[in-house]
Design a protein around this ligand. Sequence first.
Ligand SMILES: C[S@@+](CC[C@H](N)C(=O)[O-])C[C@H]1O[C@@H](n2cnc3c(N)ncnc32)[C@H](O)[C@@H]1O
Length: 251
Amino acid sequence: MNVDSEISPGARTADEADEATAAANVQTLFNSIAPSYDKLNHLLSFGLDRRWWRATARSFRDVLGRPEARVLDICCGTGDLTSALLAERPTQAEPVTGLDFSAEMLSRARTKYGADNAVWLEGDAMQLPFADNSLDLVTAAFGFRNLPNYANALQEIHRVLRPGGQIGILECNHPEGVRGVGYNIYLHHVLPLVGGIVSGQRAAYAYLPASIARFPRPAQMKAMLTVAGFAKPEWDGYFLHAAGLYRATKA
Ligand SMILES: C[S@@+](CC[C@H](N)C(=O)[O-])C[C@H]1O[C@@H](n2cnc3c(N)ncnc32)[C@H](O)[C@@H]1O
């Protein structure tokens, strides 16, 4: 299979022709799986998700340690990366904003983490409600892959970051070579089966492996970051390269 020919310019749950319909379907999907999302996330990642959120937050300690830094976590879902970012903030620091367009996911974030130095905002990551050059760090964990147009999403994040501001995207990856063989079995057989049974939402857990398979590979994502105006794009692979952190700086 020529994987490159399958790479998507943005998320599609079905073969939607337009981005607005694709985004609306993603929103419906996350509202429907919100009740079982946390449980399945921990189960399907063998508990590694918590370690990955913490590792991502730690890698931005320089900016998080500045009390005045303005931080936004897009596609925050039930708030776990937002909470990991908050754990690295000094006392009296500016709050961290968690933004998501799924009311069901966001309401769980509010219940789990309250409003203690977090601001929970219902909004679209493709049209961020922030001024140009106003933020110091924008992150996303396992959410960027679900956006309807990756190039436009990077441009939107670039717009709201200050010069010198940083982007951090923690995302699933599709390991290549020998690692990819075992991973493919897990991704295309075990994950949809377990996810579908536990959540009762089989279509949602069929979309998940397809979205990972169609997501740009690290070299392609780094090239897209450069095109969007970011400098020094890097990718740090986590656990057999099943996931990894993209980071770059607004030049
Ligand atoms: C896989 S979940 C990740 C949640 C959380 N960051 C985590 O690490 O568990 C993806 C999230 O992205 C959100 N999302 C997808 N497209 C979005 C968009 N255009 N604007 C805002 N949120 C979006 C979904 O509603 C969902 O909560």
